[in-house]
Design a binder for this molecule. Structure first.
Ligand SMILES: NC(=O)c1ccc[n+]([C@@H]2O[C@H](COP(=O)([O-])OP(=O)(O)OC[C@H]3O[C@@H](n4cnc5c(N)ncnc54)[C@H](OP(=O)(O)O)[C@@H]3O)[C@@H](O)[C@H]2O)c1
Length: 275
């Protein structure tokens, strides 16, 4: 495994993000966790959701040491429609609805040919990556429309652009995210609300551990011999997209590690002993 180079110094408060409220789903790990840090560093207040509340609480405490921003954390499964609606109702009654919604919570399970796939795995992927995103968006977007301002940023994937063998249902879920981003943009024409998708290639997070159900060796193999994207790389891009001036709608951002040019072209140059 090769570690991505460290990032430049922490950015300062951002003219379009300072004081904004950003909701990130799946903030307990990986890209979502890095988004929390990236937005807090730019002066945004945070609403962080995931099922592992203990992790969110620790993250909140760490970020509070560094940044003077308001941080709320919620134990929420995005597949729980009633729970999502209840949480958004609570934010509305407290007057803290988000200006930016980052639909990041997502996962892949397994890597099986379709005819051998687990229906339970399919349901988990579709319920989280597609329906969870829809529940969150359906609950929050009407408030954005009412205010005629807001930004929805969906975390898609290169898996939503190119199908790879055994990716089948995960690919389908990310193609759906891309279609929904496009559809929402069309439906919101005439408003000031922006909808974007950020679509990464290989990012070293807990993603492969989840995909292979805790098989550490198989998960580590995914990132061996090249430099993958780090979750901070992707979070910086998401913060950039969110921080663009209000008249600029960055529709779609596809980002690969330099060592990967397609799901089929990955340059693994380093051996384990070379680090
Ligand atoms: N890593 C990659 O190579 C890669 C590439 C392209 C796109 N992506 C996409 O990036 C997004 C983030 O993935 P990641 O790589 O950062 O993976 P990760 O490290 O496994 O993080 C996934 C996050 O999603 C949350 N989550 C999963 N199911 C959830 C649910 N039902 N309700 C609420 N939160 C849930 C997890 O929190 P809890 O378990 O605590 O709920 C965790 O915080 C996903 O949409 C993924 O498809 C990843």
């Amino acid at each position: 495994m090769t570690t991505a180079p460290s990032h430049p110094p922490t950015p300062a408060a951002h003219p379009h993000l300072e004081g904004a409220r950003v909701l990130v789903t799946g903030a307990s790990a990986g890209i979502g966790r890095s988004c929390a840090g990236a937005f807090a560093a730019r002066g945004a207040h945070l609403i962080l959701l995931a099922r592992r509340l203990d992790r969110l609480q620790t993250l909140r405490d760490e970020l509070h040491q560094l940044h003077d921003v308001d941080i709320r954390v919620f134990d929420l499964d995005v597949r729980d429609r009633t729970g999502v609606e209840g949480m958004v109702g609570r934010l509305a009654s407290e007057g803290v609805l988000p200006d930016v919604l980052v639909n990041n919570a997502g996962l892949s399970r397994g890597l099986d040919p379709l005819h051998e796939g687990s229906i339970q795995d399919w349901e988990e992927m579709l319920d989280t990556n597609v329906k969870g995103l829809l529940y969150m968006t359906r609950a929050i977007l009407p408030h954005m429309v009412e205010r005629d301002s807001g930004h929805v940023i969906n975390v898609g994937s290169i898996a939503g652009h190119i199908v790879y063998p055994r990716g089948n249902v995960y690919n389908a879920s990310k193609f759906a995210v891309r279609a929904l981003t496009e559809g929402m943009n069309l439906d919101l024409a005439g408003t000031r609300i922006r909808v974007s998708t950020v679509d990464p290639g290989l990012v070293e997070t807990e993603f492969s551990r989840v995909r292979f159900r805790g098989d550490e060796e198989r998960a580590e193999d995914v990132y061996r011999g090249y430099t993958p994207l780090s979750p901070d790389d992707v979070a910086d891009i998401i913060a950039y997209v969110a921080g663009a001036p209000p008249h600029v709608n960055i529709f779609q951002t596809v980002v690969y590690p330099t060592d990967q040019r397609s799901p089929y072209v990955l340059h693994r140059s380093h051996t384990e002993s070379e680090g």
